[in-house]
Structure formats: structure tokens, C-alpha cells
Design a protein around this ligand. Structure first.
Ligand SMILES: [Zn+2]
Ligand SMILES: [Zn+2]
Length: 212
């Protein structure tokens, strides 16, 4: 069975998730933004073998530790969508701006497109391209777990910021209503920050996308 745990990292309390197979203990990490030693200790404590990095988008709190982790453990970096290249290139400047430890750019082993899949220990997750917060933002959906890892697209009671370069509010709303809602009301989503919720609850109560 596929399982996961989430650990908030960096001063921005970014929800870094580790997805793993409970038998083989093979694992993938989503958005290793920082605090790598703490993350690796937790992965060790669970007895997991980390094999892949999956990236939703390239903001510093999500991608600040990606290059270093990939190098330290010789891991492939999968994602985000090529629309985020300028955010990847700008990681050192993002780090300086927000007072993060020096962050390096990276070259994804594999870029992701809408409709792609990623695979871990025989389990398949679907990739949806959800631009708006950043142009290359992707989310990872596991029908098996009824979970979606949505980064900064949607939060419990809120939505992602769109006041960054190449942010786009209308695009973000379309991503949420056309690409997240079809995953089903019961699906639990793990946002990039704050508590989990379900798409059904947000459809009813979220002030930005409620009633859609
Ligand atoms: Zn972000
Ligand atoms: Zn974030």
C-alpha cells in the first residue's frame, strides 16, 4: 500500500511530503524545500529508501533543497513543468531575497506535462499541469490513496498567490475547477502550507472557489 507523511520545512512551513510503499519501503519526496537533515532523519526513522524527487513548482520554499538532495543521494528530479524554468534559474536570487540558505538551480531529469504519470514501486500517480500560481506548477494525484499533492494551487480556505511574475488569477481558478475538482469531492489534498482538506469541502466553503 502507498502511504505518506508530511513534514513542514523552512521558515515558510512548507509541507514536504514523503510518499512510500509500506512493503518495499521505496520512497519519493515531494518538494524538498530545505531542512534536509531533518527530512533525511525522518526518512531513516521510517526505514525508507529514497529514490526520487518530485517537484510541484520551483519557489524557494519548495525547491531550495532540491539540487543538494539530488546530488547527495544521486536522485532523479522529476518535474516541474518547463514553464517554471525561470524560477529554477532564479533560485539563488529567491534565496537571497527571503533570507534562505544559498539555493542552487537544478536541471530536472524529466520535465512533466499535463497527463503524464509518475511511478513508485508499481504505484502510479497522475500529473496535472495547474498553472496560475506559477506557469509550470504541477500536482500529483494518487487515485489509490485518494490523495492529491497540490503545492500552492489550493489551500484549506484559500488559493495560491498570483501576484508573482507570470502569475495569473483566471488561470489559477481554471486549474482548480477544471483539473482539481474532477479528482472527486472525497479526495483529500495536501497543500503546500497549512492543514489538509477535501475538494468537496473547498467547493462548498472556500471563499475564492466555493460554489464552482
Ligand atoms: Zn509557491
Ligand atoms: Zn509555498
Amino acid at each position: 500500500m502507498l502511504r505518506y507523511f508530511t513534514l513542514p520545512v523552512t521558515p515558510f512551513q512548507q509541507n514536504c511530503s514523503v510518499v512510500y510503499d509500506d512493503q518495499t519501503r521505496q520512497a519519493a519526496i515531494i518538494d524538498p524545500g530545505g531542512d534536509l537533515d531533518r527530512l533525511l532523519a525522518e526518512i531513516d526513522r521510517h526505514g525508507l529508501k529514497l529514490e526520487q524527487i518530485w517537484q510541484t513548482h520551483a519557489h524557494i520554499d519548495h525547491a531550495g533543497g532540491t539540487a543538494e538532495l539530488a546530488r547527495r543521494l544521486d536522485l532523479p528530479i522529476i518535474g516541474p513543468h518547463p514553464g517554471d524554468q525561470f524560477w529554477i534559474t532564479g533560485l539563488p536570487q529567491q534565496g537571497a531575497m527571503f533570507g534562505f540558505p544559498p539555493a542552487e538551480p537544478f536541471v530536472p531529469t524529466r520535465w512533466l506535462q499535463d497527463g503524464d504519470t509518475v511511478e513508485l514501486a508499481g504505484h502510479v500517480l497522475n500529473v496535472r499541469h495547474c498553472p496560475g500560481h506559477t506557469p509550470g506548477h504541477v500536482v500529483f494525484h494518487s487515485p489509490e490513496m485518494q490523495r492529491a499533492f497540490v503545492g500552492d494551487v489550493l489551500f484549506a480556505g484559500s488559493i495560491g498567490r498570483t501576484d508573482f511574475p507570470q502569475g495569473n488569477h483566471e488561470q489559477l481558478i481554471a486549474s482548480i475547477t477544471q483539473r482539481l475538482w474532477p479528482m472527486g469531492d472525497e479526495t483529500v489534498f495536501i497543500p503546500g502550507h497549512g492543514p489538509e482538506s477535501t475538494f468537496g469541502r473547498e467547493r462548498q466553503t472556500n471563499p475564492y472557489v466555493g460554489g464552482t
